[in-house]
Design a protein around this ligand. Sequence first.
Ligand SMILES: Cc1cc2nc3c(=O)[nH]c(=O)nc-3n(C[C@H](O)[C@H](O)[C@H](O)COP(=O)(O)OP(=O)(O)OC[C@H]3O[C@@H](n4cnc5c(N)ncnc54)[C@H](O)[C@@H]3O)c2cc1C
Length: 731
Amino acid sequence: MTRSKLLLLLAIAVVVAAFIGFDGHKLLTLENLQANQSALAQWIEQNLLIAVVGYAAVYVVVTALSLPGATIMTLAGGAFLGNFYGLIAVSIASTLGASLAFLVARFLMRDTLRKRYAETVAKMDRGISKDGAFYLATLRLVPVFPFFLINLAMGLTAMKLRTYALVSWIAMLPGTFVFVNAGTQLGQIQSTSDIVSADLLLSFALLGLFPLIAKFVVGFIRRRKVYAGWQKPESFDYNLLVIGGGSAGLVSAYIAAAVKAKVGMIEKHKLGGDCLNTGCVPSKALIRSAKAADTMRHANRYGLESVPVKGSFKNIMNRVQEVIAKVEPHDSPERYSKLGVDCISGEASFVSPWELEVRHNDGRTERLTARSIIVATGGKPAMPPIPGLAEMEPLNSDNLWELQEQPERLLVLGGGPIGSELAHAFARLGSQVIQVEMGDRLLAKEDSDVSELIKTQFENDGIDLRLEHAAREFAIEEGEKVVYCEHKGERVRIAFDQVLVAVGRAPNTKGLGLENIGIETLRNGTVPVEDDMSLRYPNVFACGDVAGPYQFTHAAAHQAWYAAVNGLFGQFKRFRVDYRVMPWVTFTSPEVARVGLSEAEAQAQGVAYEITRYGLDDLDRAIAESEDYGFIKILTPPGKDKILGVVVVGSHAGEILAEFTLAMKHGLGLNKILGTIHPYPTWNESAKYAAGEWKRAHAPEGILKLLEKLHGWRRGKSPTVPANRIKVTER
Ligand SMILES: Cc1cc2nc3c(=O)[nH]c(=O)nc-3n(C[C@H](O)[C@H](O)[C@H](O)COP(=O)(O)OP(=O)(O)OC[C@H]3O[C@@H](n4cnc5c(N)ncnc54)[C@H](O)[C@@H]3O)c2cc1C
C-alpha cells in the first residue's frame, strides 16, 4: 500500500474514531432530533448561514465516510429547512458525500482489485461503460440498496465521476423528497421505518424498473434510427448473404446452412480465401519442405550422413500447389452446395443494409436481398510507400506462390510472423536471406526472451538479420537491386535479387460500397464492429481479417459463429464475442505458440503475476529427437495455479499449447494439468512438467519440514535430508 493511501486510511480512522468518541452515532437519532427540535429551530433562526453550511458539511462527512445517521440528517433537512430548501440542500450534500465516498473507494481499492481480478474487473468495466448509468439509476431509485454500499461498489468500477454524480443526483431526488417531506412532519414520526411503507417501497421498486425499461427503449430506438431513410424489402431472397468465401465466410455460411437458413455466399475469386490459396496452407507446405532440407543438411545429428541439399525449387512449389489442391475439396463450391449453400461467383457491393449488387465474372449484374448480411472480405498484403519499391516487382504473400525460381539473395521486409516464417523457410531451402526489421526485435508481440531465442536460431541458420533498419529507398544500381536503410542515423546499402514484402495486411473494403450505407472504416482500415460483430446496422455484420483485431483463420472462424448466429437469431438473443482465450502459433523453427497474457502485457495492464518456466532441454522426447531446446513460460497470479498466459517456444509448440488453451478456456489450473496422466514420452508431457515446476515452487515448506521430522522420528533418527531436496512431482 502506498504512503498516500495509508495516510488517507489513517485520516478516515481518526474521523471515525472521533465520531464514535464524541457519541456522534447517539446524537444522530430520531429521538434526539425530536427532543431538541424547538431549541435547534430557534438556534438556526439566529445563525442561519452557519447552520446551513455546518449542516451541509456534516452531511457530506457522514455520507462520505459511510457513517450512520444520513437518514436522520435528511429528516433534519426537512424539519428545519422545509420542503424546497431541504430538498436542495440534502440532494446537493448527499451527492457530494456519495461522490467523495466513490472517490475514496476508487483510490484505495481499485488498483488492487484490478491487479488481482483483472478479467473480472475488465468485464465489469465493459458493462459499466455500456449500461452503467442505467444500472446506477435503478440502484439509486430503489431504496432497498444501501446508499453507502452503492457508493463504495461504484467507486471500484471505471464509471466516470461526472456520470456517477449526475445520475446519482437525479435518481436520488424521489427518495430524498420522501424523506425531506417526512422531516417536515417530524413530530408525527414514531420511527424511520414509518416513512417507507410497503406500498411506497413497491412504488420505488416500480420506479426502479424505469431505467431498465428506458435502456431497452433507447436501445430499440437507436437500432431503428439507423434505418431511417431506408426502405426495408417486404420479402427477402435469403436469410443470410455472406460476402467472401474465405475462412470467415465459409464458417458463416456453414452455420447458416446447418440450421436450415437459406444462405448465399458470394466469392469474387476462389473459395478458401487467403488461408487455402495464399496463406496458411501454402506457407505450411513450404515450411515442411524447408524442415526436410534442414534435416538432410544436419542428418549427422541422427547418426546419418549430412548431405548438401539438392532439389528443384520448381518441384517444391509444385508440391505446394498439390497440397492446396488436396485441401481444396474441404472448401469447394461442390461441398458447400451439397451442404445447402448457394455459392455465387462475383463481386458484391452494398446497395442498402439488406441488398447487394453482385457483378458476376461474365459482366452480368444482379441484385440480391437478405435479412442479414455478413462482410467477410478478408485482407491483402500491405505495400509500404517506399520510393522505388514498386519497380522491384516485389513478392508478397499473394504472388509468392507463382514463383518458379528460387531467389539467390532474398530480402525479406518485416519481422512479424509472416515475414519470419517465410524468411526462415527460404533460408533453410538455401536462399541467402537478409531480413530487415524496423524494430529492435523479431516477433514484437511476443516477450523479448522469445524474440531472442528466435533471433539466435535465425542467425544459426544463416539469416542476415538487420534489426533497427528502416528501408527508405529502393534502386537499381549497375543492374543490381539495392535498398537503402536507415540504421541508427546511418545509411546502409543492401544488395539483393528479390524482395518479399511482409509488413502487415490491409483489410479488403474497397469496392464494397460501404459508403453507400454510411459505414466508415477505422484508421487501420478494418470495419468498426460491435461486440456482437454487427456494423452500424443490427442486421449487417463483419468477421475475419476485415474486422480484426486478430488475423488468424481460427479467429475468423470464431467470429463467424457470432456473426452468423446473431445474424439469424439476433432478434431473440445476441451473443457477444469472447476473445479471452485466443491462441496463436508462429511456425518458425522453433515454433512460437501463445495463449493469454504475455509478461509485457501483464505489466502494461498492471496484472500481478508469477512466472513458471520449464526448459524443453529437460524433456526426454525432445532429447530423443535432438530437438531439446526452447521453453514453456506460464503466467499465474501470485500463489494461485490459475493460468493467465502461456508461451511455448520449441518443436511442436502449437500442439503443446492446446492443453493450456483447453485448461484456460475451462478454468482448469496447473494442479489439474499436473494431476492428469500424460503418456510417456510425448511432447505434451512438457505441460505436466511445467505444472510440476509451479508445484515445486509452491510446495508447503512448513508441512514438508514437519513430515521430514515425522519420518525421521518413525525411523528412530533425526532428519538428514534437507526438505528442499524432496521432489513434489514424480517423473
Ligand atoms: C502467408 C500467410 C500465412 C498465414 N498463416 C496462418 C496460419 O498459420 N494460421 C492462421 O490462423 N492464420 C494464418 N494466416 C492468416 C489467415 O490466412 C487469415 O487470417 C484468414 O485467411 C482470414 O480469413 P478471412 O475469411 O477473413 O479472409 P480471406 O481468407 O482473405 O477471405 C476473404 C475472401 O473474400 C473475397 N472477397 C473480397 N472482397 C469481395 C467482394 N467484394 N465480393 C466477393 N468476394 C470478395 C476474397 O476473394 C477472399 O476469398 C496466414 C496469412 C498469410 C498471408
